[in-house]
Design a protein around this ligand. Structure first.
Ligand code: CAA
Length: 257
């Protein structure tokens, strides 16, 4: 892996993926996105990992898709390269995915953070969809996810002006879960990951799938999936253990079975 670093912490069942193209502010070129897809697939298949954190560095989570790689492409080139098919696979990650964002999360970087399930931001985070300033528009889900996260009026404003918002502002709009001092953002993400990793991993995956479905379908279909996944949780040993531990007033020991 040239552009990402993966660190598995089996003791706490969490894994950290760090985007690592610092000179280019972690601009998301095709190779980086391919590596990210492969790493997420591997971690998704690893029973010792329950929660994944995706981060960049203090200056940049990611400053967008790689403009230099796209600049001279024609529409037909773009269609053939079909860069967003990689994103479809990333979106299918079953385990909870937390974005730990500091610095720039712009264009594809903001879209990548929104593809994650939760966002912990540093005070110095800057979110935005500035594609309009380079003559295009968001292409990796920004018009859909941003609108669902912050509402039509604000999404329209951000996408049509390209202006950046701070972590604090993003928090006010409901885009991020928490804003913390810059030296704390990764620590906070790890704390959240550890808390989730202490739950039944199967219940967490079923719940994630059901919440995501609420964005993709009508209420009826979403409720049907939610109900099915709820009943399915009763096929796990973790459900028996969790409920028994509650009744016995002790901490549950989840095995992911
Ligand atoms: N693609 C390629 N290279 C990028 C990049 C990007 N998205 N963002 C930054 N870089 C490169 C810069 O070209 C520069 O490289 P050189 O040193 O070789 O010139 C290096 O990273 C550092 O960047 P700056 O010197 O520009 O740093 P700055 O602090 O002055 O500005 C910034 C930071 C405001 C983020 C500015 O770099 C910027 O505006 N970047 C582009 C943001 C953008 O438009 N993103 C959307 C891309 S399109 C997209 O993402 C489509 C989609 O929906 C998937």
């Amino acid at each position: 892996m040239e552009y990402i670093k993966v660190n598995k912490q089996y003791a706490t069942h969490i894994a950290l993926i760090e985007l690592n193209r610092p000179k280019e502010l972690n601009a998301l070129n095709l190779q980086l996105m391919g590596e990210l897809r492969d790493a997420l697939k591997e971690l998704d298949d690893d029973d010792n990992v329950r929660v994944i954190i995706l981060t960049g560095n203090e200056k940049a989570f990611a400053a967008g898709a790689d403009i230099k790689q796209m600049a001279d492409k024609t529409a037909i080139d773009m269609l053939k390269i079909d860069q967003f098919s990689t994103w479809d696979q990333i979106r299918k990650t079953k385990k909870p995915l937390i974005a730990a964002v500091s610095g720039f999360a712009l264009g594809g970087g903001c879209e990548l953070a929104m593809t994650c399930d939760m966002i912990i931001a540093s005070e110095s985070a800057k979110f935005g969809q500035p594609e309009i300033k380079i003559g295009v528009m968001p292409g990796a889900g920004g018009t859909q996810r941003l609108t669902k996260a912050i509402g039509k009026a604000k999404a329209m404003e951000l996408v049509l002006t390209g202006r950046f918002i701070s972590g604090e502002e993003a928090m006010g709009y409901g885009l991020v879960n928490k804003v913390v001092p810059t030296e704390m953002y990764l620590y906070e993400a790890v704390q959240m990951a550890k808390e989730i990793a202490s739950m039944s991993p199967i219940a967490a995956q079923l719940a994630k799938e059901a919440i995501n479905r609420s964005f993709e379908t009508h209420l009826d279909e979403g409720l049907t999936l939610e109900r099915k996944n709820f009943y399915l949780a009763f096929a796990t040993e973790d459900q028996k253990e969790g409920m028994k531990a509650f009744i016995e007033k002790r901490k549950p020991e989840y095995k992911g079975k």
